[in-house]
Design a binder for this molecule. Sequence first.
Ligand code: FDP
Length: 340
Amino acid sequence: MVEGRIGMTLTRHIYEGQLEHPQATGQLTGILNQIALAAKIVSREVNKAGLVEALGFTGDENIQGEEVRKLDQFAQDVFYAAFDHPGHFCIMVSEEEDAAIPIPDEFEKGPYAIAFDPLDGSSNIDANITVGTIFAIWRRRSEGQEGCEEDLLQPARDLTAAGYVVYGTSTMLVASTGHGVHGFTLDPSVGEFLESHHNIRIPQRGKIYSANEGNYPYWSEGVKSYVDWIKQPDEAGDRPYSSRYVGSMVADIHRTLLYGGIFMYPADSKQGKMNTGKLRLLYECAPMGYLVEQAGGAASTGSSPILDVVPQELHQRVPFFAGSMQNVADLRRFVAENDK
Ligand code: FDP
């Protein structure tokens, strides 16, 4: 059971981390504080969504061809406003927008680039199911004032920080700056994120698998045979695994981090030929893979570590398998043996 430390607010945690690094400029502290503020605003709106008729579609479509729901747009606006002016970033990319988003001319440019999904799992909103925000932060690579795509097209191995906010039965912010993964639960009575999960460690093996199994007929032989295997009873009683799939990546990864097991969104051949899966690299798989590895787990495309994938385009998709170290190793073995 991971526990937080009494009186440890997110702000204090970040500040103390900063003190341990005398060379720190405080920029990262500022960024995480901005994210926490935006998360509180989105959390408030998510919680009262049904009451104020915030649910439903705006009528527009986003870059993925999905209809944009009102809360998606609201979350996009809130996080954009948190990132555009404090001088932390030189460029951003969001799931909601096709092109990279520049920092407006009138605002100072900063040393970081951010990729974010303002409201992941949004097809669940109408059913009152958990949704979340995901973010990934890299140090910029380009020189000069304006940022460019090169600052965003970096592998997860080079992340400076990443995290997510899960708007569930309570709102939690889970983040890493490369020194373990820590979780902070929003206490609405004081309006603060308080440390509730210090140094989250994912179990080395878990007995839960999480996948949209409706896609089974379209998976590769390797993935099919792995899923067949984890459903077969064995003498030791380690199998079959239990199946849990919310269909909201933040919720499924959050559970996987705490309980162990494997989350997967494999490539499939639904459209005829094998695709690269559904989930997006920059603002879904890279940050979640980084967090899972920071917690002692593994994240893979099935054949190579997610952290090593060098993005070629902003909205690139990749097959994604993440969770307990041993579960991901099993999956990789089945893929290596069956998918030549
Ligand atoms: P959503 O479409 O509701 O935004 O990538 C987005 C995502 O949800 C993930 O959060 C989730 O894990 C996945 O898609 C669910 O996809 P399926 O409906 O195909 O299972």
